[in-house]
Ligand binder design. Structure first.
Ligand SMILES: NC(=O)c1ccc[n+]([C@@H]2O[C@H](COP(=O)([O-])OP(=O)(O)OC[C@H]3O[C@@H](n4cnc5c(N)ncnc54)[C@H](O)[C@@H]3O)[C@@H](O)[C@H]2O)c1
Ligand SMILES: [Zn+2]
Ligand SMILES: [Zn+2]
Length: 348
């Protein structure tokens, strides 16, 4: 089968690899219908994620059709249409029993990381009963590709941890797919203002179209002052960090209102200064989270009802044979006005 294989920092290839098989009774093998590329895949290619070995098939997002199941899989059978979660959970360990699937002792983020992933014709999915979600026969599968990772991430790490509430002023720093998924799910709670911050005017324009009430380009160097002005000098009730660099986390610290929340989503590779000398008296809460995907069933319902429309984040389409081109396009997102790229395996 065709698969996108990581060959060490800066190197990837579309290669021919053997079709995966059921290895454990709790496994399924899924024929990929559609997959996509995440910002995290680009981090891997930069060599930022040392757990990914040379030769690994990348990808942790996708939808498809169950091809084979192990003897212990009771909830799915060949032919079922499924969403593959980016987080694998056994459902039984102490972390899973707490809803902390991201810290499952036998799972967590393993697909396209420590085991082969979804950017291929087939993928082996461990703990299938608790890591796959059934899709209705009738539904178009494309919107659900966005539910493997970006929507649970924006919703859980940004909106829920950030305690977004009716009438609130919210700032979302970073208008990439994750920031925009946060923007769409924040609107479940009717905040009064959502201020979007990025350096890319095209992404800010998209954010305005998707419901941001204000947008600020951070290139002008006055971003903190602008946000304070926009929030009546008080600051924001929730500051959501969706970039993963020191500069944007520092910005969140300088715009949070007394009693507010800083909700971090970004993956940080460098240490960041925490300004406790200013924040100690401000009654603020700081949260961090690796997505658990505990809200996937809820998000599936919002998509099926039309309340959430993930296709608004899809900008490009490719076939599996064009995976290298899909990566080139996604890696140059600003030039190509790219958000999410969808890669189809035949007709899926
Ligand atoms: N916590 C989790 O579980 C989790 C899950 C998935 C992704 N992530 C992380 O979320 C972050 C966002 O992901 P994404 O896929 O949207 O990434 P992305 O790279 O597509 O988007 C980041 C955005 O930030 C903007 N940006 C960069 N520097 C900026 C600055 N100084 N000021 C304002 N904007 C700036 C970029 O223009 C871009 O639009 C990444 O760090 C990713 O690794 C975290
Ligand atoms: Zn991801
Ligand atoms: Zn577990």
């Amino acid at each position: 089968m065709k698969a996108l294989v990581y060959l060490g920092p800066g190197k990837r290839v579309l290669a021919e690899r053997p079709k995966p098989v059921v290895e454990l009774p709790t496994d399924a093998v899924v024929k990929i219908g559609k997959t996509t590329i995440c910002g995290t895949d680009l981090h891997i290619l930069k060599g930022d994620v040392p757990t990914v070995a040379t030769g690994r098939i990348l990808g942790h997002e996708g939808v498809g059709i169950v091809d084979q199941v192990g003897s212990a899989v009771s909830h799915f059978k060949p032919g079922d249409r499924v969403l593959i979660s980016c987080i694998t959970s056994c459902g039984k360990c102490e972390s899973c029993r707490k809803g902390l699937y991201s810290h499952c002792v036998q799972g967590g983020w393993i697909l396209g990381n420590t085991i082969d992933g979804t950017q291929a014709e087939f993928v082996r999915t461990p703990w299938a009963d608790t890591s796959l979600y059934r899709l209705p026969e009738t539904a178009d599968d494309e919107p659900f590709v966005m539910l493997s990772d970006i929507f649970p991430t924006g919703y859980e790490c940004g909106v829920l941890n950030g305690k977004v509430s009716p009438g609130d002023t919210v700032a979302i720093v970073g208008a990439g797919p994750i920031g925009l998924a946060t923007l769409l799910t924040a609107q479940f709670y009717a905040p009064a203002e959502i201020i979007m911050v990025d350096m890319d005017d095209h992404r800010l324009e998209t954010a305005r179209r998707l419901g941001a009430t204000q947008s600020v380009n951070s290139r002008d160097g006055r971003v903190a002052e602008r946000i304070l002005e926009l929030s009546g000098g008080r600051g924001v009730d929730t500051a959501i960090e969706a970039v993963g660099v020191p500069q944007t986390f520092e910005l969140c610290q300088s715009i949070v209102a007394p009693g507010g929340v800083i909700a971090n989503i970004g993956v940080h590779g460098k240490s960041v200064e925490l300004h406790l000398e200013k924040l100690w008296s401000q009654n603020v809460t700081l949260t961090t989270r690796l997505v658990d995907t505990v809200t996937t069933p809820l998000l599936l319902k919002t998509v099926l009802s039309g309340r959430l429309q993930p296709l608004s984040l899809v900008t490009h389409h490719f076939s599996l044979g064009e995976l290298m081109k899909a990566y080139d396009t996604f890696a140059q997102a600003a030039e190509n006005r790219a958000l999410k790229v969808v890669i189809s395996n035949g007709r899926g």
